[in-house]
Design a protein around this ligand. Sequence first.
Ligand SMILES: C[S@@+](CC[C@H](N)C(=O)[O-])C[C@H]1O[C@@H](n2cnc3c(N)ncnc32)[C@H](O)[C@@H]1O
Length: 159
Amino acid sequence: MKFTIIAVGKIKEKYLIQGIKEYQKRIIPYAKLEIKEVKDTPLPSKLHTEEVNKVKREEEERIRTYISSKDYLIILDPNGNQLTSKDFAKKLDKLSLHGTSNITLVIGGTLGLSEKLKQEADLLLSFSKFTFPHQLMRLILVEQIYRALKINRNEPYHY
Ligand SMILES: C[S@@+](CC[C@H](N)C(=O)[O-])C[C@H]1O[C@@H](n2cnc3c(N)ncnc32)[C@H](O)[C@@H]1O
């Protein structure tokens, strides 16, 4: 299975960089994982709908350069569908059984993702109704991918 995480913006915090690297290392024996970081658009001083939409549109364009129509597209959004870790593992297992082994996961920037992009998702995934910073979301996501892979192998981790 191959996972591609497309994420808007850089990770600045050292503890998050270390945490993400740790899970990337743990995932290596089970699956391929690539992280494509796309530039975030600097936030304008005024955040009216028009300015917000412009930022989202620009970031969407950069995200699209890494999306392949052949991949299963999971877009992370607080208002998406909530799954348990076991359900997520089952979902990945089913996709793999049906021959879908390229999974693309998208994390938005500070203002989130465009509606247009969200509508194209095969799965709109929420990790709870709370909003997390995009940098922390990347760490949570790699941990949950690792957890799902362990669950599917029936290996101890998911207590
Ligand atoms: C700071 S949040 C953006 C907040 C923005 N108001 C929104 O509603 O999307 C940055 C990105 O992190 C991801 N994210 C944050 N919290 C999430 C959650 N609870 N579930 C899924 N994704 C989340 C989403 O991809 C989001 O675009």
